[in-house]
Every structure is written in structure tokens, then in C-alpha cells.
Design a protein around this ligand. Sequence first.
Ligand SMILES: Cc1ncc(COP(=O)(O)O)c(C=O)c1O
Length: 384
Amino acid sequence: MERIYFDNNATTPLDPAVREAMLPYLNDELFGNPSSGHWFGEQALAGINKAREQVAGLLNCPPKRIFFTSGGTEANNTAIWSAVSAFPERKHIISSVVEHASILQPLEFLQQRFGYTIELLPVGRDGSLDLQQLAEGIRSDTALVTLMGANNESGVIFPIEEIGAICGDKKTLFLCDAVQLVGKEPVNLENLNIDYLAVAAHKLHGPKGSGALYVRRTAPFIKMIMGAGQEMDHRAGTENVSGIVGLGQACELAGKHLAKGNSEIRSLRDTMQERILQEIDEAIVNGAGQPRLPNTLNVSFKNCASGAMVQELDERGVAVSAHSACHSGDLDPSHVLRAMAVPETHIHGTLRISLSRFNTSREVAVFCDMLPGIVAKSRQGVAV
Ligand SMILES: Cc1ncc(COP(=O)(O)O)c(C=O)c1O
């Protein structure tokens, strides 16, 4: 059976050129420990240093401000840890209701364990933030503002330039979880007032278990993973050299693709959206009124069950996502859809379709031909 992969916000396939770049570091050639003083160590260290330049190249920042991590989760946790450890007297943090668990969980921990006040900004029906509410919410004891670059479910892009400006005015640290944004839209740190920015390789055709944290020169940094002095004493532990090399290569390729613009992927997504809205009644596109990632389509169908639709599509070779963990065959709508107040009639019938540069218009057509029947079948199975 032909398989079509439309779940690229969950993870992306490795680009063959990324695999090529990684392979020498996985075989018996370039296996050295980057901390070793001999040739083998130097080769590994050279691979890491090149990757640092490649990541910095994509983000337009000095390479020495990039620190490698085990992925987006560790990058986010490290930035939060840094900000709260640097200013232990500041016990207030602002974030949003639609953040990823790698932000929300550490914040909940700080609240429950250490009495922090965590203010989660709501979003509108279209997934947008109220920037005035952000500006008014920042206090003298605010340790950090942490807001994502783009939402993993809706694809809605937050205005990080304006958010950065507000944080700059109020002299508050700003962490941007850019795991979904980097590689899909240009990010130019020179023009942005961002203190910390998180990246994950596996969202941009790099390997899993590899990511990076950008830390601005003026932002405090307190090491979270302690031990030896790797990563310029920012993150202990022998480096995941092949993973880091893969991240670097993925960033370089993403930069080349972005330089050509992202109109191809956007046009695939828009074609899909148009066909769905034309051919299936009672469908709502979530986040449509806001700037959105060009690859993401989040759509809710009236009186449908996401779980049944995802399963049926999977059986027919198409991988999409329903946004949330599956409990006994039924799906609880995610915190993001709840926060966006998707109508109760539609919320249980939501699909997140996320494309990549490896998808084709033929795949989009196959999916669009298949979907109306699957929605109709799901509607028959849902008691209204
Ligand atoms: C917005 C966002 N932040 C953070 C993460 C976590 O990244 P990682 O899987 O590399 O830990 C993800 C992954 O799903 C994400 O979508």
C-alpha cells in the first residue's frame, strides 16, 4: 500500500542529505570524543563547530550563542531553569494556554513546588494573543515571558517581533519556543528582541534527540545539566555528535529552501483547504484568520469523531493526527482546541494535517478524494 505522510508537525522524515552528512560520524571514521585532544577528537569537534555555524546561519546569530541540547524539550526547560535560577526573587511568569507541554509542565512544577504565580494568557477564537494583555501583565517581579513562535496544532504564528518589543520595553526576559517555526518561516534573530530560542532538529528533516538553545549574550544562563565542561560549559555530557551534525545540515538545507520561499508548500496546503471547504459541508478551519505556518491545516468537521477518522485514514495509508493522546479509542480534544473555543459540535471531529517539502500535489489529491467519504462515514457513526 502506498503510504502518505501528513503528520510533519509531529516529526519529519530525515532528508537524505542530512543522513549523508551524519553517516561518517556513525561509522568507524569520525567516532571520536570531541573533548579528546587527538585527531579523532578534533574531527568530531570540527563537525560540531560546523553545525554551530549552520544553525547560527539559519537564525542569523553569532555561532557561540548556540548550545546543543537533546531537543526542543530540553532547550525550553533549560531556558526556564536559567531565568528562574538567575532571578530567584522574581516569582511571576507569563506564558499562554496553548504552549507545548515542555513549557507548561515546568511552569506547573514551579507553581506547585515553589509557589510561582503563572499567568497563562488566553487566545481568541482564531488562536491570537491579546498583546495589550501581555503588556499590562508584565510586573516588576516577572522572571520570564515564554511564548511560542508557532503553534504545533493550529499552526498559528505569534507576533514574536511585537512580543519581543514589549518584553524589551519592560526589561523582561523572553523565551520563544520556536520548535515549529524554525525551518518553516525565516527567523532573523538580529531583528528580534529574543533572549532564548528553542529549536528541534526532527521538525526540520533532521534527526530525533537533537536540538539547540539560542541564548542572547546579555541573557543570564545557568547550566541545567551539570557535569563536565562540554558546550562551552553550558551543557555537560559527551555530545551527540552525529545528531548535532544532522541538526546543522538540516538547518543549512532549511535555509536554502526558505531562500526560495515557501510558496510551494503553502499552495499545497491552500489547495487542500479549498477542496475540503468546497467538498465537505460544516467544516471549520481553525486559525484561518491569523498568520499560519504554511504547512499546517487544522480543520474541524461537525458531528465527527477524530479517532475514527484518523484510524480509517491510517488503514487507507494516510497518516494525519487528531492533536491529542488517545484514550480507549475516544479522543479528548486538546488544550489548544479548547483554548480556541472550537464549537462543541465540531471539536471532537478535528484533524491536523501537516505537510513537508517532500509531499506532492498528487498526494494532496489522493487525500482530498478520500476525505469526504471518511467524514460522511464518521458522521453516520456519531450519535447527534
Ligand atoms: C511547539 C513545540 N515545542 C517543543 C516541542 C518538543 O520538542 P522535542 O520533541 O524535540 O523535545 C515540540 C514537539 O512536538 C513542539 O511542537
